[in-house]
Write a protein that binds this ligand. Structure first.
Ligand code: ADP
Ligand code: 5SP
Length: 508
């Protein structure tokens, strides 16, 4: 029997799982690592943590599964998107990687937009507007702020592609993750030489681009030894965590939409052709399915806002293991009726992407009164996060994209109360899958396709993914949320100026 590994280099940790060729999960392991926040809005990580987590989790699943190393035929890589690993000519990491939710690049986004000939011209070249989290402005930030580091720069890799380099020795990325650099001609699925020349970046800094199910190399003898695998083990392109999660959720055809509540929040729809939101609020990226695309809305602080609330604010829960902490907090929230008695929360703790594209947006509770308890506040944090996802859903639906099925995923959707809340806030039935493993499962399937076990990604999904559960919306809760959503939506415009002034003070 053949086996496949899926490795997801997430923001809070790495998740690795081993599947057999039928898609059955044989073993899984997680390893967490820290996030550096040297200033508000700045996020960085040491790529060495990702490598150590990759080695330890692969060794753990191999030990637990007792599968023979030679039976592991291929590895798929997934990871947090947009991050920048800066390497010198000897492959030394020059400085900590800047992450997807880092907001320090507003000036460089303006420069890219101007040099491209304006926002519309930029969208024509790379299908997307310049956003602070994307990779291209990060490279220019290095040029503008750390000249000595920039002068040493020989290659820039995305997080999962840095792990590929350590596995196979190759500089390679694939179309779904490359879309989030702002340097890919998303329609043609290759680097945009036009934009590179306009912003005076050398194409030699970038890795080769392939499709997600293509084999990019095999393990070096050093990596095989470290992981306990063989040098015959292939590594396929894999995907950015959003497209990988979509494959893992079977979102590989029109009509199926997935929501994910992880650290970030994502609403993701497949499209057979490149489709755009003219206002640039949704991202248009290549899918991990050959010759297909997707649109998505991304919230920068989604489950991350509940994590902040539970870990940094709520008293009395510290010291309880993570899972029980969330359960204890959400049990209190469950006792509160839908709508948190007129209390609203804006989850823009680290700025926001969809729909506001504002690095200086900030979070807030609005509508507090003396009857509100900790349970009300916890519930309204979860509701605010879910309203932020509804913002993306509303844009997707306004573009006449068919939404026949909504699949919920990510750490937040494992909680039944949050699944019910999503059904009620979206006013739609929510389905969950038998195996809810998200990105790591998705790229393990891509590895199986790359190894020839399935004809293509669609066939792999059809053979392995089964719907487990449905959550139907509750009519009275839907009514309550429909009443609150327009009020939530208006708040950003009312508070924008004050938020921006406060962000300025916080940044000093
Ligand atoms: N039992 C739970 N109840 C509610 N939310 C949870 C629970 N477990 C995890 N979460 C949420 O899921 C988030 C982590 O999601 P996950 O998909 O594991 O993260 P990542 O984005 O780092 O890969 C947490 O920040 C938290 O908001
Ligand atoms: O920026 C995006 C997608 O555009 C994020 O989805 C990151 O890719 C990180 O995600 P998580 O660590 O929350 O899974």
């Amino acid at each position: 029997m053949s086996y496949y590994l899926g490795i997801d280099i997430g923001t809070s940790g790495t998740k690795t799982l081993l599947i057999d060729v039928s898609g059955k999960v044989i073993a899984e392991a997680n390893a967490e690592y820290p996030l550096e926040q040297p200033k508000p809005g700045w996020t960085q990580q040491d790529p060495e943590h990702w490598w150590k987590a990759t080695v330890s989790t692969v060794r753990e699943v191999m030990k637990a599964s007792k599968v023979k190393p030679e039976a592991v035929k291929a590895i798929g890589l997934s990871g947090q998107m947009h991050g920048s690993v800066f390497l010198d000519k000897d492959d030394n990491v020059i400085r900590p990687a800047l992450l997807w939710n880092d907001q320090r690049t507003a000036a460089q986004c303006e420069e890219i937009t101007a040099k491209a000939g304006g926002r519309n011209a930029l969208i024509k070249l790379v299908a997307n507007p310049a956003l602070t989290g994307f990779q291209a402005p990060k490279i220019l930030w290095l040029r503008d702020n750390e000249k000595r580091n920039f002068d040493r720069l020989a290659k820039v890799l995305l997080p999962k592609d840095e792990i590929r380099r350590r596995l196979t020795g190759d500089y390679v990325t694939e179309v779904s993750d490359a879309s989030g650099t702002l340097l890919l001609d998303v329609v043609k699925r290759k680097w945009s030489t036009k934009l590179l020349s306009k912003i005076e970046l050398d194409a030699a800094l970038l890795p080769r681009v392939v499709e997600s199910d293509e084999v990019t190399g095999t393990l070096t003898s050093q990596a095989a030894k470290q992981l306990g695998l063989t040098t015959d083990c292939k590594v396929v392109g894999g995907a950015g965590d959003c497209a990988a999660g979509a494959v893992g959720n079977g979102v590989v055809k029109s009509g199926v939409l997935s929501t994910s509540i992880g650290t970030s929040g994502v609403m993701f729809v497949h499209s057979d052709e490149p489709q755009y939101d003219a206002a640039g609020r949704l991202h248009t990226f290549c899918h991990a399915v050959n010759g297909k695309w997707h649109m998505m809305g991304v919230n920068l602080t989604s489950g991350g806002a509940l994590q902040w609330w539970v870990d940094s604010v709520v008293q009395g829960l510290a010291g309880i293991p993570e899972k029980s902490r969330y359960e204890a907090a959400t049990r209190e929230a469950e006792k509160v009726a839908a709508g948190s008695n007129g209390l609203l929360f804006l989850p823009y703790l680290n700025g926001e992407r969809t729909p506001h594209a504002d690095p200086n947006a900030r979070g807030s509770f609005v509508g507090l009164n003396t009857t509100h308890t900790r349970g009300h506040l916890t519930r309204c944090v979860m509701e605010g996060i879910t309203f932020a996802l509804r913002d993306s859903l509303a844009i997707i639906e306004s573009l006449d994209v068919p939404v026949k099925q909504v699949r919920a995923s990510g750490g937040g959707s494992k909680n039944p109360m949050w699944r019910q809340m999503q059904a009620d806030v979206f006013g739609k039935k929510i389905t969950t899958l038998e195996v809810e493993q998200g990105p790591a499962f998705g790229v393990a399937l891509l590895a199986a396709v790359g190894d020839g076990a399935y004809r293509n990604v669609e066939a792999a999904c059809k053979a392995t993914i089964k719907v487990a559960d449905e959550t139907k919306p509750d009519r009275s809760a839907v009514k309550r949320y429909d009443e609150l959503f327009p009020i939530y939506r208006d708040l950003y415009a009312s508070l924008k100026d004050s938020m921006n002034k406060l962000a300025d003070i916080q940044g000093r």
